[in-house]
Design a binder for this molecule. Structure first.
Ligand SMILES: [Zn+2]
Length: 74
């Protein structure tokens, strides 16, 4: 996991049965091609991923991140 937390903004959070879930989103707005890294405007899909971050005051804190994937078509 090489994502930098500085590139993420907290959008929302809620509690579920296991702890705190924080929705985060990238601070950048232009998706990048998953193949070559070029900036793209279309052809992306997204899926959410969540991972356990660390425990906060005895609760499980997880980040939920909507992955954006894009392909420039090259
Ligand atoms: Zn590309």
């Amino acid at each position: 996991m090489l994502l930098s937390i500085q590139d993420l903004a907290v959008r929302n959070f809620h509690f579920d049965a296991t702890g705190l879930v924080v929705d985060v989103a990238p601070t950048w707005s232009i998706p990048r091609c998953g193949e070559c890294g070029a900036k793209c405007r279309s052809g992306h899909d997204s899926r959410s991923r969540r991972w356990r971050h660390h425990d906060l005051a005895g609760m499980t804190l997880r980040l939920r991140y909507r992955i954006r994937r894009a392909y420039c078509g090259a």
